[in-house]
Design a binder for this molecule. Sequence first.
Ligand SMILES: *Cc1c(COP(=O)(O)O)cnc(C)c1O
Length: 397
Amino acid sequence: MKVNFLDLKRQYMAIQNNIDSKISECLASSAFIEGPMVREFEAEMTKYHNVKHAITCANGTEALVLALRACRINPGDEVITTPFSFFATTEAISSIGAKPVFVDINPDDLNIDASKIEEKITKKTKAILPVHIFGTPADMDAINAIAKKHGLSVIEDACQAIGSEYKGHKVGSLSDAACFSFYPTKNLGAFGDAGMITTNDDDIATVCRALKAHAGGKTGAAAFRIVNGKEATMSDVGQASDPLYDPYKYYNFLIAMNSRLDSLQAAILLAKLPHLDEYNNKRALIASRYNAKLSGTPLKLPVYNYKFGTCCWHQYAVLAPDKDALISHLSKNGIGSGAFYPVPLHLQKVYEGQFAQGECPVAEEVCTQSVCLPIYPELTAEEQQYVIDTIIGYYIK
Ligand SMILES: *Cc1c(COP(=O)(O)O)cnc(C)c1O
């Protein structure tokens, strides 16, 4: 039997009619960027997350950049984050000239260890950026309490965690701003790149909206006011009689970027959204099956702290003392797996010389052991059983 690590075709085939008709609707409207479907998707997202604002953008990496800038993180500022994530988390911090400061993870849920954050806070620290890794919520109450005490912003990297809940609240509603990715392999995946920021803060929302579209027009002027604490001088802007006319339209107020969402991606996301909870529930069933059946093996299985709420199970990661051998055994038997993540972020090539081996021992160890098994809503019971049998057969010879 062959079990792919991921199979995006199955999901498309199952709901092809809905997706195709939404795409046709979008094409017929010829509103390709920031059209009504983008507005509709943002409205749906504010409802889903129970937040005031959802601001779509081009991808999850730029969502992080936009959120950091909107929280007024400047060059030279320090941002505390986890070493166990996808590179984009720290890339976003470094790309705006800020400095990532790594706090080790805890070995149970593989998220930032909140009890080790305070010792890393300096005069330059401006924000904490936890990642809900593999869909498991970080301990947001502990993180928010530290942030409040030291006057720091909190930005959630929720790119892997759409639908997960922490103490009854959706992740993405637990901090100053949260970032999502709709990369095709994420739990809610577009057919290309797509991202989003959620926030309850009006100013952060306005600055994100401005920065994702060249900071022009009235939104750009409003963002200028928020960022600089003074009015933009606009004496050269003429008055128009049309109340809908934006006199600032071709006036730009900040060095921003183009990170808008394509309407076609919004159409696809709107077609998939009604299935998201059902998909996440199916992932959770697979996870509980893996947990029950693999408990007799030497693998350390993912521990989900259910007192925190629910997990969307973006990945099912086991810690294997013999990672490479397990991966090749799976591969020989036709099973795909993912080695997320082999290199902790503080030891990435690009940071050579800035951080030392041994600085985050738990993350370093986890990187040598972490193996992700196939987990997607369309994985059949037979395929799940084959994965389980193959692993049991490997350990219990
Ligand atoms: C996917 C991901 C990102 C980046 O999202 P893109 O849409 O690929 O830019 C950032 N952080 C984490 C934790 C991710 O998993």
